[in-house]
Ligand binder design. Structure first.
Ligand code: SF4
Length: 374
């Protein structure tokens, strides 16, 4: 049922190369989920998220300090190794400083035809954030038009919004099924499904999601063990997720930029398209780098914990990821003290010590099982 998504996830580069051959279109690498993909789809460009490979590497050191987040260094390594050599361009919308360094190093050392740094407001809680971003999106649209030599009309933008919104809605429908006492999909399948949506043409992904939604409700898996939430820094570490679920638990919800933070909330389809896109990216569930002065993410995480009836949460943080590190104490406190959900904190690197993590997760699940007895 999830073979297509797995194939896209594992063969992302082959997919993009074939897409170019097939359509004659351009492909842009995106560094963060704040990039407004609606505008790229409006211009018939394929946005592809640049992610790491989870393999040890020694090529990024001359460009990014070792104390930058390992995910960012892994991403740059993919570019330096030529794995994204089919990209016509790269773009980023400002979020955290680590990933911006990856963009800057890529821009300096890996030739592409088009690069664009989108100034996305950091103070998203300011009343000026939406008008500010609307003006920035106008500049971005103009740059894309100049590069492709093709005007992006209001109709094109509405089409781009529709492609993105449909994908968000369908992913949300699949996630709704995860609220069931025995969800018909695993956490690993959910992760691969969402991450693959960041790599392939959303129109194809939407078709696959429609087919999946026809079959999924009648699928029956073994009874789930402990219902878990995973949350924190960027995470597409499928080996780790598989290990956690192989221990008998089931991941039923996430709060990652490779999960719900990516696809929650649609763009309003009434009114000016660019202003509506700006509104969505300002009001979406924020990356912690933008979630201030009020910490809104904590309440959102507690809400997810209740909605998905979780028994435990794995709080993950990429080593040196200061945005998430700053949020961790407040999240742990809210989950443990306010809703009585035990948490375990794990620090991730490009590769994780699976044996050591397995022991820690086993001990955590043991605690949850003992709590269940009383
Ligand atoms: S938010 Fe954290 S994980 Fe994401 S790019 Fe920044 S430092 Fe890395």
């Amino acid at each position: 049922m999830f073979e297509q998504f797995k194939d896209w996830y594992e063969n992302r580069h082959e997919y993009a190369k074939k897409w170019k051959e097939r359509t004659g279109g351009k492909v842009i690498g995106t560094f963060c989920t704040y990039v407004p993909e609606e505008i790229l789809y409006a211009a018939d460009i394929l946005p592809v998220r640049i992610l790491g490979s989870h393999e040890p590497q020694d090529v990024s050191e001359p460009h990014i300090f070792a104390m930058f987040c390992p995910f960012c260094r892994d991403c740059l390594a993919q570019g330096l190794k030529g794995r994204f050599d089919y990209l016509d361009g790269i773009t980023i919308a400002q979020s955290c400083l680590h990933i911006r360094q990856t963009f800057t190093s890529w821009d300096l050392h890996i030739p592409v035809d088009f690069t664009y740094y989108l100034t996305h407001p950091m103070h998203i809680q300011s009343p000026r954030a939406i008008p500010y971003l609307t003006e920035e999106l106008k500049e971005f649209k103009k740059a894309v038009e100049e590069w492709t030599g093709k005007e992006i009309t209001e109709e094109d933008l509405k089409r781009g919004i529709e492609i993105m919104n449909t994908n968000r809605r369908l992913l949300q429908q699949v996630y709704e099924l995860r609220k069931q006492p025995n969800p018909p999909l695993t956490g690993l399948e959910a992760m691969i499904m969402v991450v693959s949506s960041q790599m392939v043409d959303k129109r194809e992904h939407n078709k696959a999601l429609v087919e999946l939604l026809e079959k999924l409700p009648s699928r029956s898996l073994d009874e789930p063990g402990e219902r878990l939430m995973i949350l924190g820094s960027e995470d597409d570490d499928t080996k780790f997720i598989a290990m956690v679920e192989d221990l008998g638990s089931r991941i039923v919800i996430d709060e990652h930029c490779t999960g719900t933070r990516y696809f929650y909330e649609e763009v309003n389809t009434n009114g000016d398209a660019l202003a509506s896109i700006a509104e969505r990216y300002v009001k979406r569930i924020p990356c912690p780098s933008k979630d201030w002065p009020e910490r809104t993410r904590v309440d959102h995480i507690v809400k997810l914990a209740k909605e998905y009836d979780i028994q435990g949460a794995i709080v993950m943080q990429m080593k040196f990821c200061d945005p998430h590190e700053l949020d961790t104490p407040a999240i742990k406190k809210a989950l443990e003290n306010d809703v009585g959900v035990p948490t375990i904190f794990l620090e991730f690197d490009v590769t994780v010590p699976i044996g050591q993590f397995k022991t820690r997760v086993e001990a955590f699940l043991e605690i949850l099982r003992e709590e269940d007895l009383f």
